[in-house]
Design a protein around this ligand. Sequence first.
Ligand SMILES: [Zn+2]
Length: 272
Amino acid sequence: MPFLEKYPIVAQYLPTPSGRRRGYPLVPGGRFVVAHDTGNPNTSAAQNVHYFASTPNPKTVSSAHLFVDDREIIECIPALTGPPEKAWHVLYSVQTDNRLYGFNANDAAIGVEYCYGTTIDADAAYDRYVWLLAYICYRFKLDPAKAIVGHFMLDPHRKTDPATGLAHSRRSYEQLLRDVVDEYRACGGALQAAPAAPSGAVARGGTAVATVRLNLRDGAPSRRAPVVRVVEVGESLPYVAIVDDGEAVNGRSDWCRDAENHFFWRGGVRVE
Ligand SMILES: [Zn+2]
């Protein structure tokens, strides 16, 4: 069944070779998707791409493949409309991408920028953003439940996107992840059957150290469980067990449980 092509994707490539678009092929290929927002409220997709095109060699290079607003989806570095190339959207020094996906985002991820602000129809922009993230998963044969990661998850000390932009649309990052999976299914994408979970707890405790800002959840290894509190990067968390049948977040379904039956996602901590 073909994937429903709801919206056109307009190719409007940056000049190459340039700092923002070196023209390097995306090797080893599209393995995951980094969700960004522009960080610049009230700017449209066209305005952002125009800015990139008119400043092709900035001192600090950054770029992304796609920009989405309430009216259009513009691809300024080939990902879907041409042979995929690299864009520079996550610092190479950030290690979370390597830990989660085995590659640097710039080498193996499609970067998608969400436009937001009072001049942008949030519902229309959000619909396009969700569809585009789902469509990228389809095109690159990625699992939509695992392949999308927010920039702030990769670089929590420096970045808040796309949570900030989504907040302008009255949506959360967690809702985005769920909506992309729903959209993928609704547009005809085939979901992989969940592998039979090797159930049960690993009966061994220890101490975990948070490597990203994460939520401590009450009673269940799931983002639907109530938040007890927010854990900051670097905080130590004693745990009594690791369960491997929790909710999958960015491809990991193992969660740590503490003595008070609170849970935190294993992907957000280093276990010592
Ligand atoms: Zn970003």
